[in-house]
Ligand binder design. Structure first.
Ligand code: AMP
Length: 112
């Protein structure tokens, strides 16, 4: 079982900011911006590359949830970034799909 599945099942604590039947959102333990929240599906999809057409509505739900959470944390006017790291070169460290919401400061582009 991955770390994020243990957060879903409450085996490992996290600062949960939102939850519904399909997903969970919680604060990143090592925040890279004043607001850094992860949105994860409850379905254990390892990474975006391993999602399929059967996940189409779930993936849309996660993005809409990310947008709503960003707005509820006051980021909709200032702006924010939504990131999915995939695989080794993408910087993925937890093999359970997660969307990063980063905001509360100007973010650089291109990323490192
Ligand atoms: P990634 O590098 O894209 O796979 O992102 C994984 C993220 O999970 C990192 O930003 C970590 O800081 C975060 N993370 C790892 N363990 C925990 C935890 N126990 N609670 C919250 N966030 C975590």
């Amino acid at each position: 079982m991955t770390l994020f599945e243990k957060i879903i099942s409450r085996e490992i604590p996290a600062e949960i900011v939102d939850e519904d039947d399909l997903c969970l959102a919680f604060r990143d333990i090592n925040p890279q911006a004043p607001v850094h929240i992860l949105v994860i599906p409850k379905k254990p999809i390892p990474r975006i590359a391993e999602s399929g057409t059967e996940d189409q509505s779930l993936l849309g739900h996660l993005l809409l949830k990310a947008s709503g959470i960003a707005a509820s944390h006051g980021l909709d006017k200032s702006g924010y970034r939504v990131v999915i790291n995939n695989g080794a070169d993408g910087g993925e460290s937890v093999p359970h799909l997660h969307i990063h919401i980063l905001g509360g400061r100007p973010l650089q582009w291109p990323p490192g």
